[in-house]
Ligand binder design. Structure first.
Ligand code: NAI
Ligand code: MG
Length: 337
């Protein structure tokens, strides 16, 4: 029986890239059924709730989501629905692979995976102001939270991922020289877990040096694992190594649920124009296919993306081409035929 997944098209370019993605999945013969649900600004407009109960119920039932970008108002307004969903299903590992698709960029043949802890660190949002001398915001404090439990499961996920995907090496990036307690704990747990995987090469590296090495010589890395904020920053850096956010997919993985999404946002500047690049969401759907044991279908889609992008006649505007979303999608469908 086909696996049913919850699909949230989302805001801005979300509906456009979702439509394209579902069309390619169909052409590739993905064995999936779709339960379409609302979230984000569009849900706020239509049912006055940015995260409707029906969407949560659907996610609760299927435990597998494909999600377009959601607009989050900055400062005031509702909290990030992305963060809410990650929390609701305890999606602790954020898996972000990057791979060179468009030739002629800064580097050829990049193939790296960053695994970011998704529930702890500074992003737990435990912060407050400290008032002094009549200034209520004279200072501010944030608390970085690392637990042995949280560190262990994400590092273990990185090693399991490496093993399952035939990868050779895991690098743990940290700042234990300065943050001796929080980062020190993360690093210590890393050393312990690494002992259980003697067949996988293992190293730890200071985060700032890792950032420099990623730019100078990305080929020395394979799988990288780190806490939340470091992972947030370095995963964008790594997307930059392969030509930007248009090609960067992400999976948010928990013990019994997973959500796959494009790394980019809702791109309000080009929403509704029909020119968005759907590759990031499509590659996220490929991660979902692998997650449900349809790796062969995922590989056929990736091959089609490679073929169309490298051939060059149907590239979208962000890739330096002239094709719109529909033309690029049609080319992918033809490449799959
Ligand atoms: P953005 O990623 O939406 O856009 C940045 C730039 O990249 C824009 O010029 C946009 O046109 C371009 N771009 C992004 N995706 C593209 C695509 N698929 N094809 C072609 N061009 C693309 O980031 P921005 O503008 O900072 O954020 C817009 C909204 O998205 C905000 O409300 C933000 O909170 C939200 N957001 C949501 C995310 C999610 O749902 N996971 C992630 C990041 C941002
Ligand atoms: Mg980010």
């Amino acid at each position: 029986m086909a696996q049913t997944i919850t699909v949230i098209p989302g805001d801005g370019i979300g509906p456009e890239v979702t439509e394209a993605t579902l069309e390619v999945l169909k052409a590739a013969g993905a064995d999936l059924e779709y339960d379409m649900q609302l979230a984000g600004l569009i849900a706020l407009k239509e049912v006055r709730n940015p995260l409707p109960q029906a969407t949560l119920d659907s996610a609760e039932k299927h435990r597998l989501l494909l999600k377009g970008p959601l607009t989050t108002p900055s400062g005031s307004g509702f909290r990030s629905i992305n963060v809410e969903l990650r929390k609701a299903f305890d999606l602790y590992a954020n898996v972000r692979p990057v791979r060179t698709i468009v030739p002629g960029g800064r580097y050829e043949d990049i193939d790296l995976v960053l695994i970011r802890e998704n529930t702890e660190g500074l992003y737990v949002g435990v912060e407050h102001y400290i008032g002094m001398h009549g200034d209520p915001r004279a200072a501010a404090e944030s608390v970085m939270i690392i637990t042995r439990f949280g560190a262990e499961r994400v590092v273990r996920y990185a090693f399991e991922y490496a093993q399952k995907n035939g990868r050779k090496k895991v690098t743990l990036a940290h700042k234990a020289n300065i943050l001796k307690y929080t980062q020190g704990l993360f690093l210590d747990v890393g050393h312990e877990v690494a002992k259980e995987y003697p067949d996988i090469e293992w190293e730890d590296r200071i985060i700032d040096a890792t950032a420099m090495q990623l730019v100078l010589d990305p080929y020395r890395f394979d799988v990288l694992v780190m806490e939340n904020m470091f992972g947030d920053i370095l995963s964008d850096l790594m997307a930059g190594l392969v030509g930007g956010l248009g090609f960067a997919p992400a999976g948010n993985i928990g013990t019994d649920a997973a959500m796959f999404e494009a790394v980019h946002g809702s791109a309000p500047d080009i929403a509704g124009k029909g020119i968005a690049n759907p590759t990031s969401l499509l590659l996220s759907a490929c991660l979902l296919l692998e997650h449900v044991d349809q790796a062969e279908t995922a590989q056929r889609i990736r091959d089609a993306v490679d073929t169309v992008v490298q051939e060059g006649t149907a590239r979208t505007v962000d890739m330096g081409g002239k094709a719109n979303t529909k033309e690029y999608t049609a080319a992918l469908v033809r490449a799959l035929a």
